[in-house]
Design a protein around this ligand. Structure first.
Ligand code: NDX
Length: 256
């Protein structure tokens, strides 16, 4: 049966960090080509309905750690912290896989990016799940440690912001519509990338709560992946809408 190989965790986390830097260098100047940043708009081939694409892409991030957790033999009963933290990760991806896609009104998603997105979710789902279930060791009172409690709080806050902002974006369109409007309400009052801000806060919270290399690597990846995208969204809005609120920032309220 499986066991912990610390060098595997170190290698996979380092590669995740390297991928993050690669993304930053690729997507700082030009945005990743999906959603409002896709160049050729009417090319139906090579794309999948947003619903299927997001479901397929995010599913491994839920399934892989959930299976690792369920199938571990002997079951890991102690400490509670590991299972709880693994469940937090799965909880987010339960939302992203089984709830978000069924309500999305997004444009069809490019197959090529779907392929890389799926690979990424398998990779990251395995790394986070494997680490928490086979490697992580927490003292029995980890649940009262300031890192766990403050991290959990940030995670929940970020998740709340992310889900609320996803909802506000969805309500900008009637079913079947694919036009873009100015997002209003919630944290969109302050930033163009409110959903991204929430997601980044969420994964840094998770990293603090788990206090682990894989989780910090993933939080960093998220920052490098959707941070630049928030900036490109912001520029798109400023270019497209002359009445775009002047005080609104790209990603971080009042700052940037
Ligand atoms: N999926 C994470 N990299 C990604 C998909 C793309 O969960 O090749 C990363 C994720 C993948 C990426 C994933 C991994 C890396 C990839 C990348 C593509 C290239 C890159 C593979 C896995 C790559 C290397 C080089 C390393 C191989 O029509 P539409 O779709 O624009 O409609 C949108 C709508 N909307 C509006 N409607 C009306 N008016 C407006 N003004 C609107 N603005 C937007 O709202 C959508 O239906 C919806 C949301 O749109 P948007 O653009 O704000 O968010 P989106 O980027 O689609 O993300 C959706 C959610 C969001 O909550 C975000 O936080 C989360 O997913 N997310 C997204 C990406 C990554 C991620 C989280 C993470 O890293 N944690």
């Amino acid at each position: 049966s499986m066991q912990c190989f610390p060098s595997l965790v170190l290698a996979l986390s380092s590669l995740l960090g390297a991928l993050a830097l690669l993304q930053l260098s690729l997507y700082l100047r030009v945005p990743s080509r999906y959603g409002k940043h896709e160049e050729r708009l009417c090319r139906p081939r090579g794309r999948l309905p947003a619903r299927c694409a997001w479901f397929l892409q995010e599913l491994p991030s839920f399934l892989v750690p959930a299976l690792l957790l369920a199938l571990r033999s002997p079951p890991r009963l102690e400490p509670l912290g590991c299972r709880l933290l693994c469940c937090l990760f799965c909880w987010h991806y339960f939302y992203r896989t089984f709830i978000y896609p069924f309500f999305t009104r997004g444009r069809p998603f490019p197959l090529q990016l779907l392929f890389f997105g799926t690979l990424f979710c398998i990779y990251n789902g395995f790394l986070q799940g494997y680490y928490l279930i086979y490697c992580a060791e927490y003292p029995n009172d980890w649940c009262t440690d300031i890192r766990f409690t403050s991290g959990l709080l940030l995670f929940l806050l970020g998740m709340g912001i992310n889900i609320h902002s996803d909802l506000l974006l969805r309500q900008l369109r009637k079913p079947g519509e694919i036009t873009y409007k100015i997002p209003q309400g919630g944290l969109f009052t302050y930033v163009s990338g409110a959903n991204y801000f929430g997601e980044i806060v969420e994964w840094f919270g998770f990293a603090i709560a788990t206090w682990s290399l894989p989780a910090f690597a993933f939080a960093f990846f998220t920052l490098c992946c959707i941070g630049p995208r928030a900036y490109h969204h912001h520029r798109y809005y400023l270019k497209t809408f002359t009445d775009y609120p002047k005080s609104r920032k790209a990603l971080i309220p009042f700052v940037f």
